[in-house]
Design a protein around this ligand. Structure first.
Ligand SMILES: Nc1ncnc2c1ncn2[C@@H]1O[C@H](COP(=O)(O)OP(=O)(O)OP(=O)(O)O)[C@@H](O)[C@H]1O
Ligand SMILES: Nc1ncnc2c1ncn2[C@@H]1O[C@H](COP(=O)(O)OP(=O)(O)OP(=O)(O)O)[C@@H](O)[C@H]1O
Ligand SMILES: [Mg+2]
Ligand SMILES: [Mg+2]
Lengths: 253, 253
């Protein structure tokens, strides 16, 4: 049975896709078989691991709406032990089509069962909203990781996120629990970053991962080569941080 | 009749709220009366101009769902000539409640008519999605400004955004036109930024504003003081860039 982890925060641009790809690849380097599920119509996780979205024959849309078997959609990434259930723009239509379907929040959960025993870890990269796609990921997952940018606005949406998680726990998925909060894009040169870090640690206490991801341009270059940071630039500060985070996630299990 | 400009991009964290606040304040400094409409349930524009969201008696939710007069909701910001129609978490409910209402995409457009003649410019800060709230802003506006971050993923969603704009133009708002694309968070030290700028100029040609907003930590500090950059740190590179952009927007009219 795979450990299923949703990467979620409705605030935009906080490092969800970057964390899903690089934490996923970091864990696959520790002899674990990992599936990355792209639940965002933007498909950044899909292109970030090197797939060409316009050439996809099938995508997660076909799993959610057309009942296509997952094994016909899942593809290998270029990284060992690391696979992806890709997304493209079709998924934007699914959010509307799901509204009228039976058990609309549980469609992803029911489909993931087909491959649950094939993987050690399954990660879900969520879009920047708390709509039906994110709810599907929160229902399919048993744990969640929340990336929080070291920026002032990052603190604003946390209450809303926690409220939504509690609603999911009481209505859709009682087993869901917070695995941890990861601070991202830390710029050690600014006071703002250290102030935000202090606030987040006050709010979340021991739920904050010890590993803090630094702002590192190599992390934003890697997706243009379609590679996780651990293969694009293994000696970079970004790669070291995500390797540390991968170890910490496995230890927290 | 006010010029109505939506700030839109479904990619998260690209600088929509930062542009809405600082372009708005920059234009209000040029003897124009400006209203900022916060259409994002996260309410970053609302807190970014210094309002306390938990203390709001009324918000844009009451205008969209409860037909409350706008003049009872709009508040002054601390900045001269600059007003806000604030948002709070209630707005997250509106996205669901709007689905079943008559002319659900035009509710904001119909309400804005009440104050159209009171302002020279009305800006709409959109959430990072292309759902009903963003559609309301695109239907109420007559022009749009698209912030694009100087990052690889920034190029990915542009096709989807242009597709949505065309759908809005043919079904909801034929007058809607692109005022311009503004490049944000430009880090002059990295090759990545200059590559993205080159790509965006190739794709959008003369629709790209000459003013490029640099990455500047003062811009991310300003919201924690509830002030636009032009009053928080008028000599900063961020303030100079948004003053330039304000002049360019007025000239392009
Ligand atoms: N630690 C980092 N250092 C530098 N750049 C980063 C870092 N993490 C992410 N980025 C860059 O910042 C941008 C936002 O990150 P990313 O796209 O992963 O966020 P997201 O939360 O998935 O965004 P969205 O809300 O649109 O899904 C991207 O261009 C990414 O390459
Ligand atoms: N030019 C800049 N330089 C440095 N930081 C910036 C700049 N522009 C915006 N920021 C910061 O980057 C983060 C993202 O910007 P902002 O919140 O304005 O983006 P957004 O597109 O409105 O995000 P969302 O998609 O969540 O609505 C914020 O913390 C903001 O303070
Ligand atoms: Mg993402
Ligand atoms: Mg915003």
């Amino acid at each position: 049975m795979a450990k299923k982890i949703a990467i979620v925060n409705q605030k935009g641009g906080v490092g969800k896709s970057t964390t899903a790809i690089n934490l996923g690849a970091g864990i696959s380097d520790l002899e674990k078989k990992v599936l990355l599920v792209d639940v965002d119509p933007q498909g950044n996780a899909t292109s970030g691991v090197g797939l060409e979205k316009s050439e996809l024959k099938h995508s997660i849309y076909d799993a959610l709406i057309n009942d296509k078997p997952l094994i016909d959609i899942i593809q290998p990434t270029g990284h060992n032990n690391f696979f992806i259930l890709p997304a493209n723009i079709d998924l934007a239509g699914a959010e509307i089509e799901l509204v009228s379907l039976m058990s609309r929040e549980s469609r992803l959960k029911n489909r993931i069962k087909e491959v649950d025993s094939d993987y050690d870890y399954i990660f879900f990269d969520c879009p920047p909203s708390l709509g039906l796609l994110t709810l599907n990921a929160l229902t399919a997952a048993d744990q969640l990781v929340v990336p929080i940018q070291c920026e002032y606005y990052a603190l604003e949406g946390l209450g809303q996120l926690m409220q939504t998680i509690e609603l999911v726990q009481s209505n859709l998925n009682p087993a869901l629990r917070l695995l941890g909060v990861v601070l991202t894009m830390n710029d050690v040169r600014t006071n703002l970053s250290s102030q935000v870090i202090e606030e987040v640690k006050k709010y979340f206490g021991k739920d904050v991962f010890n590993t803090i991801i630094p702002r590192n341009v190599r992390l934003s270059e890697a997706p243009s080569f379609g590679e996780p940071i651990v293969s694009y630039d293994p000696k970079s500060r970004g790669a070291k941080a995500y390797k540390e985070l991968a170890k910490e996630v496995i230890e927290r299990e």
